[in-house]
Design a protein around this ligand. Structure first.
Ligand code: NAD
Ligand code: ZN
Ligand code: ZN
Length: 344
């Protein structure tokens, strides 16, 4: 079968022919219907050899959807032909976090060598993929896999980040989204659906600012040296009750910290390597700083329900497997509007 792989440190994604995967006991074989491209793929491909925690080659794609093609021995409760999305942050299924559905925070995954598809295990950018356990699958029903595959990460991650801040986002509050890309443009829609907050988006790219307005931001501003002053002015000097940083670089985490209101939340989602100083008097009083990873199984079901109700519309650019390398060049150059999705 055809797959898009990251094959050697410092290389770029390549389309290759590999053996069809064989389903083992307890596993599910999917015929892939869609796979999303995430900026985290670029992060992984930017790591040095000593920083990589898994061997190459790696079939990319940690946002996956497919139809059930074959069931391994012992698999029940799912049928051939079902349209499903893949919950990506696989855990052991048994530890306290997994028992709570928070496999993204599994305490044993590292020791047991369990890795997400596309981030260590073979991912969804291929004609077929293996899913280790049927519990990682959620039914898509009549949701279009191409339009909704990215809810498994670009939807789930902002959903989990935003849900934790909802008590602070009542009427009259302000939320700021930094980075209106794949995650950010979905985050804006989630904020509009779940909160009463006035939503301000920041980005460095005018087209992304247009997308932010289109998907529901009340205001969209350039993320430049004037951004902090503009946000203070819009909020009558109070600052934002929640800031979601979908970039996570040094300038954006500093900006996030500087615009957080008293008792506000700063949630750093982007893995841009930025560090925020925390200490008395550095930020407004009692600001909470978090750096969450992905989301829980139940939150994935919730975010799919939001899409089913029409509250989330992922903006997608679609590409074939053969076009994958070209699509990754667009992602690398910051040119993808919304999410790039590979349709095998
Ligand atoms: P993306 O490339 O689609 O979007 C990034 C956006 O940020 C773009 O619109 C870009 O123009 C904008 N941007 C860049 N520099 C900026 C700046 N200084 N100020 C404001 N905007 C700026 O990326 P994505 O796939 O949405 O991923 C976003 C980040 O989240 C990445 O770092 C990714 O690795 C990370 N991520 C984290 C998790 C997690 O669980 N914590 C999950 C998925 C992705
Ligand atoms: Zn991702
Ligand atoms: Zn676990």
């Amino acid at each position: 079968m055809k797959a898009i792989q990251y094959r050697s440190v410092g290389g770029r994604p390549e389309v290759v022919e590999i053996d069809d995967p064989q389903v083992g006991p307890g596993q599910v074989l999917l015929k892939v219907t869609a796979s999303g491209m995430c900026h985290s793929d670029e992060f992984v491909m930017g790591l040095k050899k000593e920083q990589l925690t898994f061997p190459l080659p790696l079939t990319l794609g940690h946002e996956g959807a497919g139809t059930v093609e074959a069931l391994g021995d012992g698999v029940e409760g799912i049928s051939i032909g079902d349209s499903v999305a893949v919950y990506g942050p696989w855990g052991c299924g048994r530890c306290i976090k997994c028992a709570q559905g928070k496999e993204n925070y599994c305490t044993r995954a590292k020791d047991e060598g369990i890795r997400p598809p596309g981030l260590g295990a073979p991912g969804a950018m291929a004609e077929y993929m293996i899913v280790n356990d049927p519990r990682h699958l959620v039914p898509l029903g009549d949701l279009d896999p191409v339009k909704n595959v990215s809810l498994t990460d670009a939807g789930l991650t902002p959903y989990a980040a935003i849900k934790a801040s909802l008590p602070k986002l009542g009427a009259g509050s302000t939320a700021v989204v930094i980075g209106a890309g794949g995650l950010g443009h979905v985050g804006i829609q989630i904020l509009r659906a779940l909160s009463a907050a006035y939503v301000i988006a920041l980005d460095v790219n005018d087209e992304k600012l247009d997308l932010a307005r289109k998907v529901g931001a009340h205001q969209a501003l350039l993320s430049d040296k004037n951004a902090a002053a503009s946000i203070k002015e819009i909020t009558n000097g109070l600052g934002a009750d929640a800031v979601f940083d979908f970039v996570g670089a040094q300038p954006t985490v500093e900006l996030a910290g500087s615009i957080a209101a008293i008792e506000g939340d700063v949630t750093i989602v982007g893995i841009g390597g930025g560090a925020l100083a925390v200490g008395y008097g550095i930020m407004a009083n009692d600001v909470t700083v978090r750096s969450p990873y992905w989301g829980s199984r139940s939150e994935l079901l919730e975010v799919l329900e939001l899409a089913r109700g029409g509250a989330i519309n992922v903006e997608v650019e679609t590409y074939s497997l053969d076009e994958g390398p070209k699509a990754y060049e667009r992602l690398h150059a910051g040119k993808i509007s919304g999410r790039g999705v590979i349709v095998p």
